[in-house]
Write a protein that binds this ligand. Structure first.
Ligand code: TMP
Length: 222
């Protein structure tokens, strides 16, 4: 049976992941591939409940370690019951955020030790990683303006307003995140594809599509 391909998208707030994920999904489906779109935290009904605890206001304020463990409880369920079975069926799985977000947000952002992250990652999901990760990189001031504009422009303010725990952090936090993501990408350069998200939407989509199709040609029998 074919092996499938696991693609993740990463980036700070306002990097434009949602649009690019949808575009890639459509293009891969047009090319005849079976695509499963999912997200973290979340992706399964159980993990979506954990998402509510983490990102909604009513979830309360977790300390860093509790937060890390909640992310990994959700991730294990997501990996074991949704992602791995889909890959085993030969599907392309596109995930909006994965464990690189944990290292960026919880370690670079909130100061959890990288050794702790690595140990938990190995223990809970056996250090399972995407085949390719797109990092949409944008300067912090541009990203924050964009994410605010999206919130202002849409009628669906409720979810954006509710899921604001992480977005409310100040711009120095977002700068730490950006630099963290760039360092993670450098340390894992074989897996990462860093995209300058200041380019036009079409240029970004083209770069992502080319890299995904090359990854498919290079190894995955999808
Ligand atoms: P989203 O807004 O991209 O859906 O992600 C929800 C928030 O959760 C976002 O602010 C990033 C944060 N997050 C972490 O802090 N650690 C993680 O491991 C993941 C997956 C997300």
């Amino acid at each position: 049976m074919s092996k499938g391909l696991f693609i993740s998208f990463e980036g700070g707030e306002g990097a434009g992941k949602t649009t690019q994920i949808q575009t890639l999904k459509t293009r891969l489906e047009d090319a005849g591939h079976h695509v499963l779109l999912t997200r973290e935290p979340g992706g399964t009904p159980e993990a979506e409940k954990v998402r509510d605890l983490l990102v909604k206001r009513e979830g309360g304020n977790w300390d860093g370690m509790s937060e890390l463990l909640l992310f990994y409880a959700a991730r294990r369920h997501h990996v074991e019951t949704l992602i791995k079975p889909a890959l085993a069926e030969g599907k392309i799985v596109i995930c909006d955020r994965f464990s690189d977000s944990t290292q960026a947000y919880q370690c670079y952002g909130h100061g959890i030790g990288h050794d702790v992250f690595k140990k938990i990652d190995a223990l809970v999901i056996d250090s399972f990683k995407p085949d390719i990760t797109f990092l949409l990189d944008v300067p912090v001031d541009v990203g924050l303006k964009r994410s605010k504009r999206v919130n202002d422009d849409t009628k669906v303010l409720s979810e954006a307003e509710i899921e604001d725990r992480f977005e409310r952090l100040d711009s120095s936090f977002h700068e730490k995140l950006r630099q963290g993501f760039l360092t993670i990408a450098k340390d894992n350069s074989a897996r990462f594809c860093v995209i300058d998200a200041l380019q036009s939407r079409d240029d970004i989509s083209a770069a992502i599509q080319n890299a995904a199709l090359n990854a498919l040609k290079a190894g995955a029998d999808v």
